[in-house]
Design a binder for this molecule. Structure first.
Ligand code: EPU
Length: 430
C-alpha cells in the first residue's frame, strides 16, 4: 500500500490561524448508527455521516455480510437489512477495526447468533470485551470462545431482557447491549450506563421509530423489548463531533487569531471549555459555535487533567490537551484513567522539544512553555495523530507526520480544512 505523510511548515509560535472550521458529524455516533440500522425492517437513512476511513470500513463489513448500503450523496447513506445476512463478522477487517464490535448486539438479537474474531488489543490499550460477553450471557445467550474468536447463540433463537450492571460504564458495551435489548423479549435495565451524548442521540432516534428506551443519557437505562423497528422515511442526523470540535478549539487556543469553530455543540464538551477558561484562553461561546480570540501563550496557566467518563474530561482530547499544556506556564499532571497506552505518544513530543516526564503508563507531567521544533514523527493512533498536527503547526520549522491513515480514520479532509484557516500543510505520497 502506498504510504502518505503530512508535511507541515510550523508557525514558530505566531498566532495566525483565522477564518472558520466547520465540524463534521461525530465518528463515534455515525459508527453506532450503522449498527442500529440492523434493528430495522425498512431502510434507514443516515445523514451528516463523516466521510472517514472508519465509515468506509463499516460499509465494507456490511457489504461483506450482505447488508445493502447505498451512498446517496456526500454524508448521506441508506442502509437496508435483508431477511438473511451472514452472522459472521469478517475476520481481517473486524480485527483491525475495533468499533465493529457494536454490530454483535443487534445481529445476535435479530438473527439469534453472531460470531466474531478476538478484537485483540490496540495501541491505546488492551481493550477487553468482558462487559459485552457478560451482558450477552445475562440476556440468555451462550458464549463460546475458541482460538478463532467468539460464537454467541441466543437460547431458542431469542434474547430475554434482564437486569445488567456494567462493571465499567463501557460506551460501546452499553450501546451494544441497548441495541440487543430493543429486540429482546421483556424488559432490560442497564445500570452504571455511560452518559456520553451520542448514546442519548441514538436512543432518541430509535424511540421515534418505535423503540421504548427510557433514561438514555443517565446512568440507568430501561429498555422494553419491542421487536424490529420501522423508520418510515425518518432519517438520523448524526450529531456534530465533540472531539473534533474540542481538538480545533485547542488548535485555536495555541495558534488562532479569531478562529471560528462552527457547527458544534459546546454543551457536549464543557469539560474542555471550562479547563481552557481556567487556563486563561479567551473565547466567545455561542449556541453552535465558538470563536477563539487571539491569545498570548504567556498568559496561559496550566491545569491538571484527569480523563474521565462523560461529562468529565474526555480521553479522546487528552493528547491535544498535552500539546496545549506544553505551551502554558508551569507544571501540569495529566492522569489518563481510561486507557493504558494513550500517553505513549509523549515520547515524540519530547523529541519535538516538549518538557514532559512519563512517570508510568497513566501519568505524565508537562512543564511549559516550550518552544517546539519541527520533526519527523509517527502517529500511533487517531487522536495522538491530531495532537502531532497541532504540535507541528505551532513548531519552529518543518514536520513530517507519518501514519496519516490513522488520522484519516477519524478526520475527513483534515488538510484541506486546515489549509483554509492558514495552515501550511500538504499530503505527500512516499
Ligand atoms: N473495558 C473493559 N471491558 C469491556 C469494555 C471496556 O475493561 O468489556 C475498559 C476498556 O479497556 C477501557 C475502559 O473500559 O479501559 C473504557 O472503554 P470503553 O468500552 O468505554 O471504550 P470503547 O467503547 O471501546 C469508545 C470510543 C473511544 C473512546 C472511548 C472512551 C467508539 C467507537 N469508541 O470506546 O473512541 O475513547 O469510548 O470514551 O465509540 C476514538 O474515537 O479515538 C476512540 C478510541
Amino acid at each position: 500500500m502506498e504510504k502518505e505523510v503530512f508535511v507541515i511548515n510550523g508557525l514558530s509560535g505566531e498566532k495566525k490561524l483565522s477564518g472558520s472550521i466547520s465540524i463534521n458529524g461525530a465518528k463515534n455516533a455515525a459508527l453506532q448508527a450503522f449498527a442500529f440500522c440492523l434493528l430495522f425492517k425498512d431502510a434507514v437513512v443516515l445523514k451528516n455521516v463523516p466521510e472517514i476511513e472508519d465509515v468506509k470500513n463499516m460499509v465494507t463489513i456490511f457489504q461483506t455480510m450482505g447488508v445493502e448500503v447505498n451512498r446517496k450523496s456526500k454524508g448521506v447513506y441508506a442502509v437496508k437489512v435483508p431477511k438473511k445476512i451472514s452472522t459472521e463478522l469478517p475476520k481481517e477487517i473486524s480485527k483491525k477495526f475495533r468499533a465493529s464490535i457494536v454490530l454483535t448486539g443487534p445481529i445476535l438479537a435479530r438473527f439469534g447468533k453472531v460470531s466474531f474474531p478476538h478484537p485483540g488489543g490496540c495501541v491505546i490499550g488492551s481493550r477487553p470485551i468482558d462487559v459485552f460477553l457478560r451482558g450477552f450471557e445475562k440476556l440468555g445467550a451462550k458464549v463460546d470462545e475458541s482460538a478463532e474468536g467468539y460464537s454467541v447463540v441466543a437460547q431458542k433463537g431469542k434474547l430475554r431482557g434482564n437486569k445488567l450492571f456494567l462493571r465499567i460504564p463501557s460506551v460501546t458495551g452499553a450501546q451494544t447491549l441497548m441495541m440487543a435489548a430493543v429486540l429482546a423479549k421483556g424488559k432490560t435495565v442497564i445500570k452504571n450506563a455511560p452518559l456520553e451524548p451520542e448514546t442519548k442521540s441514538f436512543a432518541d432516534f430509535l424511540n421515534s421509530c418505535g423503540a421504548k428506551i427510557k433514561g438514555a443519557g443517565t446512568s440507568t437505562i430501561e429498555i422494553a423489548g419491542t421487536g424490529p423497528l420501522v423508520a418510515r422515511g425518518k432519517f438520523y442526523m448524526t450529531p456534530s463531533d465533540r472531539i473534533e470540535a474540542g481538538s480545533f478549539l485547542i488548535l485555536g487556543a495555541v495558534a488562532g487569531d479569531n478562529l471560528e469553530i462552527k457547527n458544534c455543540n459546546p454543551e457536549d464538551f464543557e469539560a474542555l471549555i471550562e479547563t481552557l477558561n481556567h487556563c486563561g484562553v479567551k473565547m466567545d461561546v455561542g449556541n453552535n459555535k465558538i470563536i477563539v480570540s487571539a491569545n498570548n501563550f504567556e498568559n496561559y496557566k496550566t491545569a491538571d487533567i484527569k480523563t474521565h467518563e462523560y461529562p468529565g474530561f474526555p480521553t479522546d482530547l487528552q493528547a491535544p490537551m498535552v500539546v496545549f499544556l506544553s505551551q502554558a506556564l508551569g507544571e501540569a499532571l495529566v492522569f489518563e484513567t481510561i486507557f493504558e497506552g494513550r500517553l505513549n505518544f509523549v515520547n515524540e513530543l519530547i523529541r519535538m522539544g516538549a518538557d514532559i516526564r512519563l512517570w508510568d503508563p497513566h501519568r505524565a507531567t508537562i512543564k511549559g512553555p516550550s518552544l517546539l521544533r519541527g520533526r519527523e514523527v509517527e502517529s500511533p493512533d487517531i487522536r495522538a495523530g491530531l495532537a502531532f498536527i497541532i504540535a507541528a503547526i505551532i513548531a519552529n520549522g518543518q514536520s513530517i507526520i507519518h501514519n496519516v491513515h490513522y488520522i484519516d480514520r477519524g478526520y475527513a479532509n483534515i488538510e484541506e480544512r486546515l489549509r483554509c484557516v492558514g495552515v501550511d500543510i500538504v499530503r505527500q505520497k512516499i
